[in-house]
Design a protein around this ligand. Structure first.
Ligand SMILES: N[C@@H](CCC(=O)N[C@@H](CS)C(=O)NCC(=O)O)C(=O)O
Length: 207
Protein backbone atom coordinates (compact mmCIF):
# COMPACT_ATOMS: atom_id res chain seq x y z
CA UNK A 1 0.00 0.00 0.00
CA UNK A 2 1.51 3.36 -0.97
CA UNK A 3 1.05 6.39 1.27
CA UNK A 4 -2.34 8.05 0.77
CA UNK A 5 -3.11 11.77 0.53
CA UNK A 6 -6.25 12.96 2.28
CA UNK A 7 -7.89 16.23 1.21
CA UNK A 8 -9.96 17.96 3.88
CA UNK A 9 -11.13 21.40 4.97
CA UNK A 10 -11.90 22.73 8.46
CA UNK A 11 -15.48 22.40 9.69
CA UNK A 12 -16.58 19.94 7.00
CA UNK A 13 -17.88 16.39 6.62
CA UNK A 14 -14.30 15.37 5.75
CA UNK A 15 -13.80 14.99 9.51
CA UNK A 16 -15.68 11.65 9.36
CA UNK A 17 -13.09 10.08 7.04
CA UNK A 18 -10.24 11.77 8.91
CA UNK A 19 -11.46 10.06 12.11
CA UNK A 20 -11.76 6.70 10.32
CA UNK A 21 -8.19 7.01 9.00
CA UNK A 22 -6.84 7.55 12.51
CA UNK A 23 -9.02 4.81 14.02
CA UNK A 24 -7.58 2.49 11.36
CA UNK A 25 -4.00 3.53 12.07
CA UNK A 26 -3.53 4.60 8.45
CA UNK A 27 -0.52 6.64 7.41
CA UNK A 28 -1.44 9.52 5.16
CA UNK A 29 -0.51 13.05 4.15
CA UNK A 30 -3.09 15.66 5.04
CA UNK A 31 -3.89 18.51 2.65
CA UNK A 32 -6.20 21.14 4.12
CA UNK A 33 -8.05 23.36 1.69
CA UNK A 34 -9.05 26.92 2.54
CA UNK A 35 -12.68 27.12 1.49
CA UNK A 36 -12.74 30.83 2.40
CA UNK A 37 -10.29 31.26 -0.48
CA UNK A 38 -12.33 28.84 -2.67
CA UNK A 39 -9.36 26.45 -2.95
CA UNK A 40 -11.83 23.61 -3.62
CA UNK A 41 -12.44 25.29 -7.00
CA UNK A 42 -8.76 25.77 -7.89
CA UNK A 43 -7.58 24.08 -11.11
CA UNK A 44 -5.11 21.99 -9.05
CA UNK A 45 -7.81 20.62 -6.76
CA UNK A 46 -10.34 20.10 -9.56
CA UNK A 47 -7.75 17.78 -11.10
CA UNK A 48 -7.95 15.73 -7.87
CA UNK A 49 -11.72 15.94 -7.43
CA UNK A 50 -13.67 17.44 -10.35
CA UNK A 51 -16.70 17.83 -8.01
CA UNK A 52 -14.86 20.61 -6.13
CA UNK A 53 -15.76 19.11 -2.75
CA UNK A 54 -14.02 17.47 0.18
CA UNK A 55 -13.29 14.78 1.25
CA UNK A 56 -11.08 13.13 -1.35
CA UNK A 57 -8.54 10.40 -0.80
CA UNK A 58 -5.76 9.78 -3.31
CA UNK A 59 -4.78 6.10 -3.15
CA UNK A 60 -2.59 3.75 -5.16
CA UNK A 61 -5.79 2.75 -7.03
CA UNK A 62 -6.98 6.30 -7.79
CA UNK A 63 -8.91 9.09 -6.08
CA UNK A 64 -11.97 8.18 -4.03
CA UNK A 65 -14.70 10.61 -2.97
CA UNK A 66 -18.08 10.43 -1.17
CA UNK A 67 -17.99 9.82 2.56
CA UNK A 68 -19.93 6.50 2.70
CA UNK A 69 -17.63 5.01 0.05
CA UNK A 70 -14.53 6.30 1.82
CA UNK A 71 -15.63 4.94 5.19
CA UNK A 72 -16.30 1.46 3.77
CA UNK A 73 -12.98 1.59 1.91
CA UNK A 74 -11.02 2.48 5.05
CA UNK A 75 -12.80 -0.23 7.09
CA UNK A 76 -12.12 -2.85 4.42
CA UNK A 77 -8.52 -1.77 3.89
CA UNK A 78 -7.73 -2.18 7.60
CA UNK A 79 -9.73 -5.26 8.67
CA UNK A 80 -7.64 -5.72 11.83
CA UNK A 81 -8.96 -2.39 13.14
CA UNK A 82 -12.51 -3.87 13.11
CA UNK A 83 -14.18 -0.64 12.01
CA UNK A 84 -17.16 -2.40 10.41
CA UNK A 85 -18.82 -5.84 10.71
CA UNK A 86 -17.28 -7.03 7.43
CA UNK A 87 -18.29 -10.67 7.83
CA UNK A 88 -21.98 -9.99 8.56
CA UNK A 89 -23.90 -8.72 5.50
CA UNK A 90 -26.90 -7.46 7.47
CA UNK A 91 -24.85 -5.72 10.16
CA UNK A 92 -22.63 -4.17 7.46
CA UNK A 93 -25.73 -2.96 5.61
CA UNK A 94 -26.90 -1.31 8.88
CA UNK A 95 -23.62 0.67 8.99
CA UNK A 96 -24.13 1.63 5.35
CA UNK A 97 -27.76 2.52 6.04
CA UNK A 98 -26.71 5.04 8.67
CA UNK A 99 -23.87 6.44 6.54
CA UNK A 100 -26.25 6.84 3.58
CA UNK A 101 -28.83 8.60 5.75
CA UNK A 102 -26.19 10.99 7.08
CA UNK A 103 -24.93 11.77 3.55
CA UNK A 104 -28.18 12.01 1.66
CA UNK A 105 -30.61 13.36 4.27
CA UNK A 106 -28.91 14.97 7.28
CA UNK A 107 -25.96 16.53 5.41
CA UNK A 108 -28.20 17.81 2.62
CA UNK A 109 -30.63 19.34 5.14
CA UNK A 110 -27.68 21.08 6.84
CA UNK A 111 -26.39 22.41 3.50
CA UNK A 112 -29.61 24.39 3.08
CA UNK A 113 -28.22 26.86 5.65
CA UNK A 114 -25.27 28.19 3.62
CA UNK A 115 -25.39 26.44 0.27
CA UNK A 116 -28.84 27.42 -0.98
CA UNK A 117 -27.24 28.62 -4.23
CA UNK A 118 -26.92 24.95 -5.20
CA UNK A 119 -30.70 24.74 -5.58
CA UNK A 120 -32.00 28.24 -6.31
CA UNK A 121 -30.85 31.68 -7.48
CA UNK A 122 -33.54 33.73 -5.74
CA UNK A 123 -32.31 35.26 -2.41
CA UNK A 124 -35.83 34.83 -1.02
CA UNK A 125 -35.58 31.09 -1.72
CA UNK A 126 -32.20 31.01 0.09
CA UNK A 127 -33.78 32.69 3.12
CA UNK A 128 -36.67 30.21 3.07
CA UNK A 129 -34.23 27.27 2.90
CA UNK A 130 -32.21 28.70 5.78
CA UNK A 131 -35.33 29.22 7.90
CA UNK A 132 -36.23 25.55 7.50
CA UNK A 133 -32.89 24.21 8.81
CA UNK A 134 -33.68 24.18 12.58
CA UNK A 135 -36.84 22.18 11.85
CA UNK A 136 -35.33 19.71 9.37
CA UNK A 137 -32.22 19.15 11.52
CA UNK A 138 -34.38 18.69 14.64
CA UNK A 139 -36.23 15.95 12.74
CA UNK A 140 -32.87 14.35 11.88
CA UNK A 141 -31.77 14.58 15.53
CA UNK A 142 -35.01 12.94 16.67
CA UNK A 143 -34.48 10.06 14.24
CA UNK A 144 -30.84 9.66 15.30
CA UNK A 145 -31.81 9.76 19.00
CA UNK A 146 -34.24 6.90 18.32
CA UNK A 147 -31.48 4.84 16.68
CA UNK A 148 -29.00 4.87 19.56
CA UNK A 149 -29.42 1.53 21.32
CA UNK A 150 -25.88 0.60 22.33
CA UNK A 151 -22.78 2.54 23.25
CA UNK A 152 -22.08 2.91 19.53
CA UNK A 153 -24.24 3.55 16.46
CA UNK A 154 -24.08 -0.09 15.31
CA UNK A 155 -24.56 -1.48 18.84
CA UNK A 156 -21.76 -2.98 20.92
CA UNK A 157 -18.90 -2.38 18.45
CA UNK A 158 -17.50 0.98 17.40
CA UNK A 159 -17.62 1.44 13.60
CA UNK A 160 -16.79 4.01 10.93
CA UNK A 161 -20.41 5.19 11.19
CA UNK A 162 -19.65 6.60 14.65
CA UNK A 163 -17.09 9.12 13.44
CA UNK A 164 -19.60 10.17 10.77
CA UNK A 165 -22.51 10.53 13.20
CA UNK A 166 -20.16 12.49 15.49
CA UNK A 167 -19.25 14.83 12.61
CA UNK A 168 -22.83 15.60 11.58
CA UNK A 169 -24.01 15.51 15.21
CA UNK A 170 -21.58 18.27 16.11
CA UNK A 171 -23.35 20.56 13.61
CA UNK A 172 -26.79 20.19 15.22
CA UNK A 173 -26.53 22.89 17.89
CA UNK A 174 -25.26 25.45 15.35
CA UNK A 175 -28.17 24.50 13.12
CA UNK A 176 -30.62 25.60 15.82
CA UNK A 177 -31.38 22.20 17.35
CA UNK A 178 -32.19 22.25 21.08
CA UNK A 179 -29.95 19.38 22.19
CA UNK A 180 -31.55 19.19 25.66
CA UNK A 181 -34.37 17.33 23.87
CA UNK A 182 -31.91 14.60 22.87
CA UNK A 183 -30.06 13.30 25.94
CA UNK A 184 -29.05 9.95 24.41
CA UNK A 185 -27.56 11.65 21.36
CA UNK A 186 -25.79 14.25 23.54
CA UNK A 187 -24.21 11.55 25.73
CA UNK A 188 -23.28 9.53 22.64
CA UNK A 189 -21.52 12.53 21.01
CA UNK A 190 -19.50 13.07 24.21
CA UNK A 191 -18.58 9.35 24.21
CA UNK A 192 -17.33 9.44 20.61
CA UNK A 193 -15.61 12.78 21.19
CA UNK A 194 -13.55 11.28 24.03
CA UNK A 195 -11.84 8.73 21.74
CA UNK A 196 -8.15 9.55 21.12
CA UNK A 197 -8.48 9.07 17.32
CA UNK A 198 -11.40 11.49 17.25
CA UNK A 199 -9.56 14.10 19.31
CA UNK A 200 -6.50 13.78 17.08
CA UNK A 201 -8.57 14.22 13.89
CA UNK A 202 -10.51 17.16 15.37
CA UNK A 203 -7.24 18.89 16.36
CA UNK A 204 -5.64 18.30 12.94
CA UNK A 205 -8.76 19.41 11.05
CA UNK A 206 -8.86 22.83 12.72
CA UNK A 207 -8.18 25.88 10.56
N1 LIG B 1 -21.70 13.77 -0.84
C1 LIG B 1 -20.40 14.26 -0.42
C2 LIG B 1 -20.59 15.71 -0.02
C3 LIG B 1 -19.27 16.44 0.02
C4 LIG B 1 -19.51 17.91 0.34
O1 LIG B 1 -20.53 18.52 -0.01
N2 LIG B 1 -18.52 18.52 1.00
C5 LIG B 1 -18.61 19.91 1.34
C6 LIG B 1 -18.02 20.15 2.73
S1 LIG B 1 -19.02 19.41 4.01
C7 LIG B 1 -17.81 20.74 0.35
O2 LIG B 1 -16.76 20.32 -0.07
N3 LIG B 1 -18.32 21.93 0.00
C8 LIG B 1 -17.62 22.81 -0.86
C9 LIG B 1 -18.50 23.57 -1.79
O3 LIG B 1 -19.73 23.36 -1.78
O4 LIG B 1 -17.96 24.38 -2.54
C10 LIG B 1 -19.88 13.41 0.75
O5 LIG B 1 -20.69 12.88 1.50
O6 LIG B 1 -18.67 13.25 0.87
Amino acid sequence: MSRWTFYSAPGTCALATHIALHEAGAEFDLVKLDMGAAQQQSPEYLRVNPKGRVPALATEHGVLTETPALLAFVAQSFPAAQLAPLDDPFAFARVQELASYLASTAHVAHAHKRRGARWADDPAAHAAMQAKVPQSMTACAAYLESQIVGPWAAGERYSVADGYLYTIGSWLEGDGVDMTQFPKLTAYLARVGARPAVQRAVAEAKA
